[in-house]
Design a protein around this ligand. Structure first.
Ligand SMILES: Cc1cc2nc3c(=O)[nH]c(=O)nc-3n(C[C@H](O)[C@H](O)[C@H](O)COP(=O)(O)O)c2cc1C
Length: 413
């Protein structure tokens, strides 16, 4: 072939555009975005984002469990116009996933929740705001018309927790998620090693140097409003004290009763890991559960959520909507959960990596990436819509059988 014939076949890649779009241009997966995010964050924020509880067994298990599950599509497998829309808590949404509530997102990008809310609005997907959000529920609500969920931590002072719920209600939030896996702070060794004790970072020569090595993050951190937690009262001297007593071990399922009285809208239990808990939630008049181990950040050694999902879906029957999170990084992971009966998947780190990498553009990039992967997986499975993803599609990988000693393999003497 002559050079003149080859040239038209070559496409010269354009240099990446400056700013967020350029940083993301070469990212083909959430893990690629995570790499960009990690480069941009100082060690405290990075460890807060990536770390897990204690020995991080559950953190690793959340990903490893997907390795054990296989998709077994039937012929014919043609699905040209895949419809990923579904109904979550009574609202039609274009994608079967939501952005999970996280504390202190402004640690990852100065626009924090506002950037995430704008990305959620563009995609039309639900967004959960943490009790420990760094933006007020009123400001977030002003930014989006997508479904908004308020995640509640009940701390020692029930009157203040009640006020937080009423503010979310007043701001027009659609659903309340009551977290039950955080009655105590877990031991997050990566955070401890980095000298992070939210909302404070201990300033040392090391953190100072680290800030200097991440000048863009440090510049925004120093020039933006100080990080505070406006949904647990005014940022006064008591905020720190409140945070110290936030997780006081007194949360119980009895709290459900007064929460149910406070909130008439959809109410879900977040952090369910056992089928009996789903039954208790249904008996208490709740609308759904989120099967979650907090992304492997709380109690270590609990199972991967994808391994508990089918049993919990079974127990819930048609009394509850079951959602799931923890470890989801691929559209195919989402497809597996839907096939096992989840109504939707919540994404924690998978959207935070985008936030840290490029603010709103980064979150949008991650949503689109996962939507594309999900559409492709559904198409290849022959599922035209989410209800065509069924448990028969999923098989647990069989353990590799031990080699038969009588079989002589060629080339092995
Ligand atoms: C940095 C970070 C902070 C979090 N903060 C909260 C929180 O304030 N409230 C809550 O209910 N869950 C919180 N979570 C847990 C998420 O809501 C979600 O359950 C978890 O991230 C799912 O796992 P994944 O990160 O592997 O997707 C947090 C998760 C992360 C990564």
């Amino acid at each position: 072939m002559r050079l003149s014939e080859t040239l038209p076949l070559l496409r010269v890649a354009r240099p990446p555009a400056p700013g967020g779009a350029g940083r993301l241009a070469r990212c083909r997966s959430i893990e690629d975005v995570a790499r960009v995010a990690r480069r941009r964050l100082p060690i405290g924020a990075r460890n807060y984002l990536d770390g897990g509880g204690e020995g991080e067994y559950t953190l690793r298990r959340n990903r490893a469990a997907f390795d054990e599950l296989e998709l077994l599509p039937e012929m014919p497998r043609e699905a040209q116009d895949v419809d990923t829309s579904t109904t979550v808590l009574g609202r039609r949404v274009p994608l079967p996933f939501a952005l999970a509530p996280v504390g202190a997102p402004r640690m990852f990008h100065h626009d924090g929740e506002l950037a995430v809310a704008r990305a959620a609005r563009r995609a039309g997907i639900p967004y959960g705001i943490s009790t420990l959000a760094t933006t007020s529920v009123e400001d977030v609500a002003a930014e989006t018309n997508s479904p908004l969920w308020f995640q509640l931590y009940v701390w020692g002072d029930r009157a203040e927790a009640k006020e937080a719920v009423l503010r979310a209600k007043q701001a027009g939030f659609d659903a309340l998620l009551f977290s039950v896996d955080t009655s105590l702070r877990s031991k997050r060794e990566r955070e401890q090693r980095a000298g992070l004790d939210l909302p404070q970072a201990h300033l040392s020569v090391r953190t100072f140097l680290d800030g200097a090595l991440h000048p863009e993050w440090a510049w925004h951190f120093l020039n933006s409003e100080t990080i505070s937690f406006p949904n647990i009262g005014p940022p006064d001297h008591r905020s720190r004290e409140k945070l110290d007593h936030m997780f006081d071990g007194t949360v119980s399922l009895e709290d459900l009763e007064w929460i149910r009285e406070l909130w008439e809208g959809p109410l879900l239990l977040k952090g369910v890991i056992r089928p009996e808990e789903a039954l208790r939630a249904a008996d208490a008049g709740l609308d759904g559960v989120i099967v979650s181990n907090h992304g492997g950040r709380q109690l270590d050694h609990v199972p991967a959520t994808i391994d508990m999902l089918a049993q919990i879906v079974d127990a819930a029957g048609d009394r509850l909507e079951v959602m799931v999170d923890s470890g989801f990084r691929r559209g195919s992971d989402i497809a597996v959960a839907l096939a096992l009966g989840a109504k939707a998947v919540l994404l924690g780190r998978a959207h935070l990596y985008g936030l840290a990498a490029a603010g709103e553009a980064g979150v949008r990039y991650c949503i689109e990436l996962l939507a594309e992967e999900l559409r492709m997986t559904m198409g290849l499975c022959g599922a035209r819509n989410v209800s065509e993803l069924s448990p028969e599609l999923i098989r647990r990988r069989e353990p590799a059988s031990a080699p038969d000693p009588d079989v002589v393999h060629p080339g092995r003497g």
